[in-house]
Design a protein around this ligand. Structure first.
Ligand SMILES: Cc1cc2nc3c(=O)[nH]c(=O)nc-3n(C[C@H](O)[C@H](O)[C@H](O)COP(=O)(O)OP(=O)(O)OC[C@H]3O[C@@H](n4cnc5c(N)ncnc54)[C@H](O)[C@@H]3O)c2cc1C
Length: 433
């Protein structure tokens, strides 16, 4: 006989842990099955280079309502990296040097023009499909829209690099609506959007958030337990793990990222839209690299262009005799974050005076439990798949940052989706608190 639970949550990332915490408050038996030997999923604080580094998700902000509520609830400390004192960017083959403010002034006209229609197309970011004619703009890539602006070479490259930093993808593959959704979430201000996505982080790492949620849950959590198969009927479902255990439940919550959910053996199969989105893949396919250099240095920020393996780099930690930089590139196949020579060569585009001591990162694209970084959709995916990705299928429910409404692709979105699914299930199962 299979083991029994009321709800099985597949995945112990933020979406799964939030769902389990909320559902576990009543009398339900809730079981979380996590494939990896650690919790957190795409948030992962790991001790490397003598510091606790965020290998995955990092930055958060008070304009992100769900994550900020968790920060308030658990009293988590928030900090920021050093303020950049210098900025570097490219104009053709020339290297420009200035302040962060001068770089922001350079990209401001392009950003404003690109994003002018934000509130027209995404009037309610909490309901991203509320514009009835959204499909008209969802077919464009962010590259299509940048190309229409007729920017000078210097402005174009600078804007492009800034968007690669946000999209973690080649810009011709990223949906323009992704840029609109991020900006709509900050009421049309690209400056605030930029700050919300790249400045403030948890002082004790995302690990402190994960630990606080886990300490606050009555659900049972099992790591190193990969789910391979789900068989479901109108009455319930049975999941089978890689180790051959079978667990039956009244409801299942699936929290797998878009790029791997289609690989799960589900009988009867998931709807065509969920499978199509998974097969098409997200646009995001990039790399995040940590680089330790000899110090002391002045904190700096640098942008190149989409053609470079690393498009954005900046100082995140300053030591007495070293500094740690964080960098992003559009395509994980073009550079390995563990290849010191390649990373040092990419850095020389801006700085040939820095001595690279160590590099590290994680190949999220090759990781079988994610195969993506943070969600950025391809053109048409929002209008074609968003609603279907959220929609329950019989006893199966779906939570993931990848199909959150407001801050999809962020830690905030994972919490939003976990809360939504927990509410759906609490209503359905009549759980008492
Ligand atoms: C490099 C990088 C940088 C990022 N930067 C930021 C940032 O600065 N700010 C921000 O807000 N967000 C950022 N993000 C995004 C953010 O981390 C994610 O959107 C969020 O953590 C996703 O949470 P989730 O629970 O929806 O998915 P996941 O964290 O992917 O959770 C899914 C879980 O399911 C597990 N799983 C998969 N398959 C199975 C299976 N078959 N059986 C059992 N378990 C399974 C996985 O191991 C994982 O734990 C970043 C992400 C990456 C990768």
């Amino acid at each position: 006989m299979p083991e029994e639970a009321d709800v099985v949550v597949i995945g112990g990332g933020i979406a799964g842990l939030i769902t389990a915490r909320e559902l576990g408050r009543g009398s339900l038996r809730v079981l979380v099955l996590e494939a990896r030997d650690r919790l957190g999923g795409r948030v992962w604080t790991d001790h490397r280079m003598g510091r606790d580094l965020e290998i995955g998700g990092t930055w958060l902000h008070w304009v992100q309502p769900h994550v900020w509520a968790e920060i308030t609830r658990y009293g988590l400390a928030v900090t920021r990296g050093p303020r950049p004192e210098e900025a570097y960017w490219l104009a053709g083959d020339d290297l420009r040097r200035g302040t962060l403010e001068s770089f922001m002034d350079l990209i401001d006209p392009g950003m404003r023009r690109l994003l002018a229609g934000t509130m027209r197309w995404i009037p309610r970011p909490d309901d991203p499909l509320s514009a009835p004619d959204l499909a008209e703009v969802d077919r464009f890539s962010v590259q299509d829209k940048l190309d229409e602006l007729g920017l000078s070479e210097e402005e174009y490259r600078a804007n492009e690099a800034a968007w690669v930093g946000h999209f973690n993808a080649p810009l011709q593959e990223g949906a323009f609506t992704g840029a609109l959704r991020w900006t709509a979430a900050t009421a049309g201000s690209w400056h605030l959007m930029h700050e919300a996505s790249a400045v403030f982080r948890l002082t004790h790492g995302t690990r402190s958030l994960v630990s606080a949620i886990v300490a606050d849950t009555r659900a049972e959590i099992r790591t190193s337990t990969e789910v391979r198969r789900i068989e479901h009927t109108a009455e319930g479902a049975v999941v089978t793990t890689a180790g051959g255990e079978r667990i039956s439940a009244r409801r299942i919550v699936v929290t797998l990222p878009q790029n791997i959910i289609g690989d799960l053996d589900v009988s009867p199969p998931l709807c065509a839209e969920k499978r199509a989105a998974s097969q098409e893949k997200t646009a995001s396919q990039g790399v995040k690299a940590w680089i330790r250099v000899r110090g002391p240095i002045k904190p700096f920020f640098a942008y190149s262009s989409a053609d470079h393996p690393l498009s954005v780099v900046r100082t995140e930690y300053l030591g007495d005799d070293d500094a740690v930089l964080v960098a992003f590139g559009a395509d994980a196949r073009r550079i390995s974050p563990d290849d010191r020579e390649a990373v040092a060569a990419a850095l020389r585009v801006w700085r040939d005076d820095l001595e690279v001591l160590e590099v590290t990162g994680h190949d999220w694209m090759a990781d079988p439990h994610s195969r993506e970084t943070w969600l950025m959709q391809r053109p048409n995916q929002l209008t074609r798949y968003h609603r279907a990705q959220q929609r329950p299928e019989g006893v199966l429910h779906f939570a993931s940052s990848d199909h959150a409404n407001v801050w999809a692709g962020f830690i905030d979105g994972a919490i939003e989706s976990g809360l939504r699914v927990a509410r759906e299930l609490t209503t359905e199962l009549g759980a008492s608190r």
